[in-house]
Design a protein around this ligand. Structure first.
Ligand code: 2IT
Length: 445
């Protein structure tokens, strides 16, 4: 494999798709050595095939807003790779959504899903529609219009979407409702569904819970006790909420959350009713965290800044891609950070990751740390296929077991001769090997 040639040809084909090229580059660098030890990969052009999505659907989504005006957005579904199972991955509704962002997410999803050990391929979808500031009726009409275009491409053994930024239980309900209306089938062709209609217990908490199970294993492996450690979390959505809940339960103290408007620093710890208040903040639909300080005056609101300047032991990006850059990483390192667990997808920039690895900081990437979300989606698919539902403990135990397994795979493939664990390498190689062998076994097509 010649990384420079590969990247140059991808850049020429997909100019300006910076997030996609960033995600591909990271994986290529990680797997280069292993790849070159397997001439059969080179012969079958595995990597050239793996970096391009199987197919991309792009469609117009037209709907009518509450004023009676006609609105048009763009919708996408990227079916990235189904070598190990049906296409699986979330749908993101946010004004920032571009094909490049969805391609990076679909590419990452392919390896993440492989790490879960469950039979799921990689996909991602979304729209440049933002639910922020829209009425419930507008969100419903948008979701219905989106599904009118996409439903033919989906199915329980073909492609199973779920939520992501801007798509939670409400949106999944509307999307799935229209899907059912069109197909007249109650299949599990969506995960993150409501509990009354096939959803799984623990799915809403799973990304954050799984993230903390993973971080707990990282710390254990390094003989560090999580109890009493301070934690900076970014975001205040579903993932941040699950992470704050589990971090608190494990005895750590969460001192920040953040939104597009700035961050909250609460030295007394964001626990109990303060965690529940995150749900209220989110329910306003305004996408700001500043009102937290009106409710809890012990806290400070710092406008237009990110939480990585706070002196903490553990940093958990839970918001969006590239939310922690080289400068932020340097701040954390100067403050003697112990562990960085990326719970958002590609939360750290390449500069930040390079710094963490150079300084041998315990750092693990999103595709390992946040895989608990999609893993529990996989468990929802299993329950739907069996027409049963498991209790919370059963799902949580399985989630725990899966995260432990992902951690072990990272140790297996990422331990360097000096004992430092390069979790980026570990996760990328482990995910890649599984997908590559599945592709080889199924021939050239
Ligand atoms: O990034 C992710 O893994 C998700 N948004 C969850 C995907 C899923 O299918 O549950």
């Amino acid at each position: 494999m010649n990384i420079e040639n590969l990247l140059a040809s991808l850049e020429a084909k997909h100019p300006g798709e910076s997030e996609y090229l960033q995600a591909v580059k990271e994986v290529l660098i990680s797997i280069e050595d292993v790849y070159n030890q397997h001439p059969e990969f080179e012969k079958a052009k595995i990597i050239e095939r793996l970096v391009e999505p199987d197919r991309i659907f792009t469609f117009r989504v037209t709907w009518v807003d509450d004023k009676g005006d006609v609105q048009t957005n763009l919708g996408y579904r990227i079916q990235f790779n189904n070598a190990i199972g049906p296409y699986k991955g979330g749908v993101r509704f946010h004004a920032s959504v571009t094909p490049s962002i969805l391609k990076f997410l679909g590419f990452e999803q392919t390896f993440k899903n492989a790490l879960t050990t469950l039979p799921m391929g990689g996909a991602k979808g979304g729209s440049d529609f933002s639910p922020r500031g829209k009425s419930d009726a507008e969100v419903m009409r948008f979701c219905q219009a989106f599904m009118l275009e996409l439903w033919r491409q989906l199915g329980p053994d073909m492609d199973v979407p779920a939520g992501d930024i801007g798509v939670g239980g409400r949106e999944v309900g509307y999307l799935y409702g229209m899907y059912k209306k069109l197909t007249r089938q109650c299949t599990g062709t969506f995960t993150g569904k409501g509990l009354e209609f096939g959803g799984s217990l623990i799915r809403p908490e799973a990304t954050g819970f799984g993230g903390l199970y993973f971080v707990h294993h990282m710390l254990d492996h390094a003989n560090i006790d999580i109890k009493g450690k301070t934690v900076a979390i970014s975001g205040f959505g579903n993932v941040a909420w699950g992470a704050a809940t589990k971090a608190t339960e494990l005895g750590a103290k969460v001192v920040t959350i953040s939104g597009p408007d700035g961050y909250i620093y609460d030295p007394e710890g964001i626990s109990g009713e303060k965690i529940d208040f995150m749900l209220e903040l989110r329910a306003t639909g305004e996408d700001i965290v500043a009102p937290y300080v009106d409710e809890f005056p012990s806290a400070k609101f710092i406008a237009d800044r990110r939480p990585w300047e706070v002196n903490v032991d553990i940093a958990l990006p839970c918001a969006t891609q590239n939310e922690l850059n080289g400068e932020d990483a340097q701040h954390l390192i100067d403050n003697n950070i112990l562990c960085v667990g990326e719970i958002s997808n590609m939360g750290c920039t390449p500069e930040a990751i390079d710094l963490f690895i150079e300084k041998e900081i315990l750092y693990a990437p999103g595709k390992a740390v946040n895989a608990g979300g999609v893993a529990t989606s996989g468990l929802e698919m299993s329950q739907n296929a069996m027409h049963i539902s498991w209790g919370a403990k059963e799902v949580d135990d399985r989630l725990h077991h899966i995260m432990e397994g992902i951690h072990s795979q990272c140790i297996k493939y990422g331990t360097l001769p000096d004992g430092y664990i390069n979790y980026v390498k570990g996760a990328n190689i482990a995910g890649f090997m599984k997908v590559a062998h599945a592709m080889l076994a199924q021939g050239i097509y």
